[in-house]
Design a binder for this molecule. Structure first.
Ligand SMILES: *[C@@H]1O[C@H](CO)[C@@H](O)[C@H](O)[C@H]1NC(C)=O
Ligand SMILES: *[C@@H]1O[C@H](CO)[C@@H](O)[C@H](O)[C@H]1NC(C)=O
Ligand SMILES: *[C@@H]1O[C@H](CO)[C@@H](O)[C@H](O)[C@H]1NC(C)=O
Length: 969
């Protein structure tokens, strides 16, 4: 023993001595290069095939003398002794290019990781199958596409295979994977496996522990053979099968055979229905269960006290419909639960005492049908950090919240809570950062000198009455990012300090009676996300600072003066929504719009602007909505507007615009869904090019001096020809993370347009449901083109007050969705076509003052209209008009004439134009952290994206990942 120790010591001394004598050799010395020349050359060739995003990325790789040691190059790792390259880890370097076959000279490669680079939609090279020693192959998010080469089946030492996140990868035959008998981690997410016998092949991988097959279009077919008999079935720890359209029938026949020891199961976003199988209650190693976005109903299985690791359950977005009290009973023994998400179900009944779940940190019960708030006596102090209860039907007053002393976010918006909230409610909530009490019937009675025990960031108190004075305690919240105190019954002047809140990026004080002038703070021009001061009593001019904001809403105030400065200042180019409607603004519109050319929504309607429409509006090539309605604008439309090809809605009604309707509207602005030029002085013909507007939903040219014939090509309006109400979405979104570089937020714009609609006023209409054409009160001549009958989705058609002749088109009954038809005050002749009687939805009809003759066709509908609908056609007869000559006398005739007298009044009121406001959403999103900071938004956000195409989804998850990486780790 002693001797051994001595020899060791001696060796050590000799070694140290040799280092002293010859400092350039030995461990760490630069002269003795371990790197094998042949492998170095291979790496250099590989580098030649790549373009790096900046010169730094692979700067350590080179031919220079001081870079000889390739074992020290970035991402290259060698075996200790011999210096063979055994790992190449080049993930996330943002390189582009191709994978050179020269790499094959790295014969001892164990790990090859090329993830998060861009290989330009090329195929995965077949030669990768020749790296016999490869244990890990990672090609995620690398822009590979096409068929995955079956040569990968030669990599029999592979433990880990990751091909996820490549768009367009497919595997038609998965046979080869069963040869990878050492495989324990397999991620083929986003690879199309639709044509494979995936389940059959997977069960042949006895070492498999983690399986990720998200978004693989997995078919719901069981293998033909009895694969459950196989004794070496994998026993999975992690199973992710989300986004696949899997059904319950299929899935639960085999799932529990592989998952007895599973710690994480994700079956979210499939078509699973029925009750959640009890067998989940036997997977006692579970930590994380995700079943969200399926169609499960009922409650949840019993989870016993043996579940000591279960920390997270997400079953949101299903049809769970148990009383919540019963459902939570099945979880009551689980003491480890930290996150429980049951939002977006139909859970009902009262909310039990949730403080029983002593480790619960995040509880989401929003968007259910819960009725009562927990009893006033809540149990022990709670560890809850986030509590989501918004969008339920919770009544009663807010209980004492003092047990929730860890609470960081409390979300109670959109319930039916009542009563008064005082300082005491918040006494213990020292951590509170996010508070949402909006859309209840609450009133806030906080003493004016109250200093809250917390510093909040997001405060949503819309519809909480707290007036008449502006709440002073807000001034103490210097960390505030978002403030919404709209509809709060505040009648006060706006305090100066509000403009100086250092971090505030969003504030909404709309729908109050807040007055005063907007201060000039042009020296302090912090960029904000959104300012909404609409529906208040602000007066005076519009200061320039507001234009350092992405979204500005100042409508329905008493603002006056010119807006000539709005596009002249620098820094205003961030603005995307500008709504100055319903004020007393005047003067000419400025000619500087090219300076704010990212504008998406411009609403200057209902003001006192005069002069011509500026040429530079044409520079707004991102513009989607343009309202100039109800001003005194003159002249014709500048032809530069044809550059605004993204326009979906253009409302120029109620001005004094003149000239012809430009032909380029149809040829250039083909995205238009709504066009209103009503109540102007347009003359000339309707240009046939207007028929190119295939997306049009509302075309209103009424009350002009338009003459000539109606072009017969109107059946090109494909959107109007579709019967179903839903149309191409009018929601628009603009990914933009440059302004607030964190994550995103959605900005919505609800657009109004005035159209005449059935003589009734409604403010709830939604575009997408309303489709129609109004050409009334012009000088149109000729016949009604028979092509109108192709417009089967049309809900209203108004051609009244023209000089139209000929017959009513005989197949008018084809327009089966028609609810309102006005052909009055023309010179139409002939009989009323029988098919008119088949319009089942028709509820308002006016054929009066034409030259129609003969019998009104029989049908329940046509007889139920009032006489005024037909009068002024002297040769028309039959119910509800007097009988036709030769009919036998009937009892109803006297009734009819009595009606007639009453209806004359009705006719007079029809002379008036009633209007309807149609909701129209131009939503778009810009930037900002809230989405990921503020969980309650996340949900609706992802729901929203579900409707959009796949490419967006990909993009979203990408950002989500990036964000998480940045901020959560
Ligand atoms: C993938 O490659 C194609 C072709 O080079 C390119 O157009 C596309 O932008 C790339 N996609 C990504 C996400 O890098
Ligand atoms: C894969 O292995 C087979 C047989 O072992 C061999 O014939 C084939 O050439 C190999 N392919 C590659 C790409 O190495
Ligand atoms: C798989 O392919 C079949 C037939 O090609 C198709 O009908 C089915 O919709 C596809 N399944 C999925 C989930 O895409």
């Amino acid at each position: 023993m002693e001797l051994k120790r001595f020899i060791k010591l001696l060796n050590l001394l000799l070694f140290v001595f040799s280092l002293c004598m010859n400092p350039t050799s030995g461990v760490g010395g630069a002269a003795q290069v371990r790197c094998i020349e042949r492998e170095r050359q291979a790496l250099l060739k590989f580098k030649q095939g790549l373009i790096t995003s900046d010169s730094e990325t692979l700067s350590t790789w080179g031919t220079e003398e001081d870079k000889k040691e390739c074992c020290e190059w970035r991402g290259v790792f060698c075996s200790d002794r011999i210096g063979r390259v055994n790992q190449l880890e080049l993930g996330e370097l943002q390189m582009r290019g191709s994978v050179s076959p020269a790499l094959l000279d790295l014969r001892h490669l164990n790990i090859l990781d090329l993830s998060d680079n861009d290989f330009g939609r090329s195929r995965i090279p077949k030669f990768i199958g020749s790296f016999k020693n490869l244990r890990q192959l990672t090609l995620r998010n690398s822009n590979f596409t096409g068929e995955v080469p079956y040569e990968l089946g030669n990599l029999t030492n592979l433990h880990t295979l990751e091909l996820d996140g490549n768009v367009g990868l497919t595997i038609k035959n998965l046979d080869w994977i069963s040869r990878l008998s050492s495989l324990s981690y397999l991620d083929l997410s986003s690879v199309n496996l639709n044509e494979t016998k995936w389940l059959h092949e997977i069960t042949k991988l006895p070492s498999l522990k983690s399986l990720f097959l998200s978004n693989c279009q997995l078919p719901n077919t069981l293998p033909a053979v009895d694969f459950f008999a196989n004794s070496s079935l994998p026993s999975l720890d992690v199973l992710v099968l989300s986004i696949n359209g899997l059904t319950s029938n299929f899935t639960f026949q085999w799932l529990f055979n592989f998952t007895k020891s599973a710690i994480s199961i994700d079956l979210s976003n499939n078509r699973l229905d029925g009750p959640i199988p009890d067998a989940f209650g036997e997977l006692v190693f579970l930590q994380d269960l995700r079943l969200q976005e399926n169609k499960f109903h009922g409650g949840i299985p019993k989870f016993t006290m043996n579940f000591i690791h279960l920390t997270s359950i997400n079953i949101s977005n299903n049809n769970l419909n148990q009383p919540l009290v019963e459902l939570l009973q099945n979880l009551s023994e689980v003491t480890s639960l930290e996150n429980l998400d049951l939002s977006y179900n139909q859970l009902n009944g009262a909310l039990p005492d949730i403080t029983r779940f002593s480790s619960l940190k995040e509880l989401r019960l929003n968007n259910n049908q819960l009725k009562a708030f927990p009893p006033q006596t809540l149990g022990q102090p709670s560890s809850l950090v986030h509590l989501y209860l918004s969008n339920n039907q919770i009544t009663g007053s807010l209980p004492n919240l003092s047990v929730f002393w860890n609470l960081l976010g409390l979300y109670l918006g959109s319930n039916s809570l009542e009563g008064t909230i005082t300082n005491d409610h918040f006494a213990n909530l020292t951590q509170l950062k996010d508070l949402d009490l909006s859309f209840n019937k609450l009133s806030l009675n906080l003493s004016s000198d109250w200093v809250p025990p917390f510093q909040m960031e997001i405060v949503h108190l819309s519809h909480c009455t707290m007036g008449p004075h502006f709440p002073k305690w807000i001034q103490t919240q210097i960390s505030l990012l978002e403030l919404d105190i709209s509809f709060a019954s505040i009648s006060d002047t706006i305090p100066k300090w509000l403009w100086n809140m250092p971090r505030m990026i969003t504030f909404n004080i709309s729908h109050n009676q807040i007055g005063g002038r907007l201060p000039d703070l042009s020296s302090r021009t912090a960029l904000r996300r959104s300012i909404d001061l609409s529906y208040n009593n602000f007066s005076g001019p519009i200061p320039s600072f507001v234009f350092h904001t992405v979204e500005v809403r100042l409508s329905k105030n008493m603002l006056s003066g010119s807006i000539s400065h709005i596009c002249r200042i620098s820094g205003s180019s961030y603005i995307k929504i500008l709504d100055l409607s319903d004020n007393y603004l005047s003067g000419e519109l400025p000619e500087c719009w090219m300076n704010i050319n990212d504008l998406r929504v411009l609403n200057l309607g209902n003001n006192r602007f005069h002069g011509r429409i500026p040429f530079t509006l044409g520079a707004l090539d991102q513009l989607q909505t343009l309202h100039l309605r109800n001003n005194s604008l003159t002249g014709d439309l500048p032809s530069t507007l044809k550059n605004c090809t993204k326009l979906r809605m253009i409302d120029l009604g109620e001005n004094d615009l003149t000239g012809n309707i430009p032909t380029w509207i149809g040829t250039h602005l083909t995205s238009l869904t709504i066009v209103s030029l009503r109540f102007n002085k347009y003359h000339g013909n309707i240009p046939p090019t207007i028929c190119h507007l295939t997306n049009i939903q509302i075309l209103d040219l009424s009350r002009n001096n338009i003459s000539g014939k109606i072009p017969p090509c109107l059946n090109n309006f494909t959107s109007l020809a579709q019967r179903n109400g839903s149309t191409e979405s009018t929601e628009v979104m603009v990914p933009d993370d440059q302004i607030f570089p964190c994550a995103f937020n959605l900005h919505w714009y609800f657009d109004d347009i005035l159209v005449q609609w059935k003589g009734q006023e409604s403010r709830d209409g939604k575009i997408g449901l309303v489709k129609g054409i109004d050409l009334s009160s012009n000088n149109l001549v000729g016949t009604i083109p028979r092509e109108f009958s192709d417009l089967r989705g049309l809900l209203f058609l108004n051609l009244s007050r023209n000089h139209l002749t000929g017959n009513i088109i005989s197949d008018i009954g084809e327009m089966e969705m028609l609810e309102w038809l006005d052909l009055s005050n023309n010179q139409l002749s002939g009989n009323i076509p029988n098919s008119l009687a088949s319009l089942n939805f028709l509820s308002v009809l006016d054929l009066s003052y034409n030259n129609l003759k003969g019998r009104i066709p029989l049908g329940t509908q046509l007889q139920s209209f009032e006489i005024s609908a037909y009068e002024g056609n002297s040769k028309l007869c039959g119910l509800p008009l007097p009988k036709c000559p030769g009919d036998s006398p009937g009892p109803s005739q006297t009734n009819g004439s009595k009606d007639n007298i009453e209806k004359d009044d009705g006719f007079i009121t029809r002379e008036f134009y009633f209007c309807m406001t149609v909701g129209f959403i131009t939503g778009f999103w810009v930037v900002v952290g809230t989405l990921f900071l503020k969980h309650s938004w996340r949900h609706s956000y992802f729901n929203f994206w579900n409707k959009i195409g796949d490419w967006i989804y990909v993009r979203t998850t990408l950002y989500a990942k990036r964000f998480k990486r940045k901020f959560l780790h």
